[in-house]
Design a binder for this molecule. Sequence first.
Ligand code: GLN
Length: 497
Amino acid sequence: MALALDTLRLTAEEAIDLVEQKEVSPAELHAAYRDAIAARDDELHTYLRSVEIAEGASIPIALKDVISTKGIETTAGSKILSGYVPVFDATVAARCKAAGLTLLGKTNTDEFAMGSSTENSAWGPSRNPWDPSRVPGGSGGGTAAAVSAGLAPWGLGSDTGGSIKQPSALCGNVGLRPTYGTVSRYGVVAFASSLDQIGPVAKTVRDVALLYSIIAGRDPQDSTTVELPERVRLPDSERLDGLRVGVPRQIASLGAIEPGVRTAFERALELASELGAEIGECDLPTSYRYGMPCYYLIAPAEASSNLARYDGVRYGPRTEAATYDEMVERTRDEGFGAEPKRRIMLGTYALSAGYYDAYYGQAQRVRTLLIREHREALSKFDVIATPTSPTVAFPIGDKAADPLAMYACDLLTIPSCLAGLPGLSIPCGLSDDLPVGLQLLGPQFGENALFRAGHALEKAIGFDTVPLRWRERSDPWGQTPGGEGSDPTGLTPEDTP
Ligand code: GLN
């Protein structure tokens, strides 16, 4: 039986239910996503590679191309890794497999996850499903755009300074950057090791929580991981009674925040207070003043060290030359794009003898201040709320020539990353017909509080994750777009008006 599975609306939880109830077979589920990819991915370019499923397919998932997949090319969006086929799975990929998830494909990313738009991908940019002339955010724009366009029910991204939260915001998805150390990075292409985290992107907070429960926990292969102090709880409460929400007072004077983003953010705060939350002001003065410069010293410094391994000997293609030194130089010159080169130079300089203390050492001291001021704020509040991105999705090409403008996209996501704290982005409305993200930050291991707050707000906000231009078509039984009782599966026509 051919079922009209509407992948634009289907959540992972619903997909799992359909398969468990035997209403849909895993093969039919995969076929629905394959059809959606065939119909929409030429335009959006969210996948670098899709994977043919042989036998035994189950619930599908997309993985960002920085996650090693055994036998499947993994490039991290870079030419220097083209043709690199890992001989092992990253722990997160292995955990997904073990939980019965099957890979749909590897999604596009800025080269080595450096960027905020996917325009730095060596394989060309992805496009935003809400408006294909605009970026989907980055670096995980491929995963976010795929989830938003119904080309995957959910996916995994990596977040160093915002690459899960910011693209989720720009594409109208939910994204979680987990507490540093709760998810294994074994087998993940490293960018900045004191910051990199793997986390889920999906259409709902419950899906994100479910996927987080699959990947989180100690991994003997990654000594920076720990066991979760409490198990992941799937949120179901629609109230926020007693939840203390802190809003940094500095947000009010940040000129970078667009008026439409501010309006949607403020409406979300009003809803939170209607749901019973207590809203108050907190103080993060160092975060917004020095967070970005601090990040753009620490992250490139660590990147310059991590990227030293791409030398034409160990991975990927090699440019032959007369001497070893010349071979390494030419391979790196041809293999790396402009952004990794810029960061390798910045980082090498910041780490060099004579400048180390002035730049890298100083940035580390600022980082300690950021950790302290977040701890202080979170001693009075359960969660901190800010917009996720200062702007909605911007036109492709708008910031590509201006690295500093691109870096500023992560103004609001970076400080908590430097502090190692978890952050959840949920859609909180539209501005100029484009999604706005609400960022909720919590203390270390505070994911359950974020899920609870995010779920209740998500219900109250009632954001329709289907991009406007597809609402009519996504509606196989002719219901009002996003209307009450719209059936995401399209399986029960008799129940519809
Ligand atoms: N946009 C930020 C950067 O370019 C963050 C990227 C990320 O989180 N991977 O570094």
